[in-house]
Design a protein around this ligand. Structure first.
Ligand code: SF4
Length: 153
């Protein structure tokens, strides 16, 4: 009998949510917004959050990542001058997206108990965005938010 290949686990299965935690270390992670998977970012865009995203480019500019924006840096390239403002979804030291099904995978997974997990999930998310689907979503977001038009000016 022919064997079926094992199903590839999704990123959400590989990086399950951590216990919720509001300690200073975990809240401190929100100074640097966590990343959605491409699929999650598409759902956040459909839910109307495109205007609260920013575009982070890979150092070699080969691909981009749509991330929760630094406050004041919405619908733009991620800019260092806004990096000190923290994530625009952080209100009163709580995440507005918590429990909505739209909190980014990286935010759900990373926890002070396993600091190494941050590097693992970040690398996996980079690979997820460096794909045709990731590039297509960046283009769609750029057009839907007017970022594309601004770039051409
Ligand atoms: S999306 Fe929520 S958990 Fe993630 S960095 Fe922003 S405030 Fe923090």
């Amino acid at each position: 009998m022919a064997r079926t290949a094992p199903r590839k686990r999704s990123l959400a299965e590989r990086f399950p949510p951590s216990e919720p935690c509001t300690c200073a270390v975990c809240v401190g992670y929100c100074a640097r917004p966590g990343w959605w998977t491409v699929e999650e970012a598409a759902r956040a865009l459909e839910a109307g959050y495109g205007g609260r995203m920013m575009l982070e480019m890979a150092p070699d500019h080969s691909f981009g990542v749509l991330a929760p924006a630094f406050r004041g840096n919405e619908v733009d390239f991620a800019r260092q001058q806004f990096a000190g403002n923290g994530c625009s979804f952080l209100k009163d030291e709580r995440c507005e997206l918590f429990g909505t099904g739209l909190q980014p995978l990286e935010c759900r997974h990373v926890h002070h108990a396993d600091p190494e997990s941050g590097a693992r999930v970040h690398a996996a998310l980079e690979r997820d965005w460096n794909t045709p689907a990731g590039r297509a979503l960046v283009v769609r977001w750029s057009k839907e938010t007017g970022f594309w038009e601004r770039l051409k000016r």
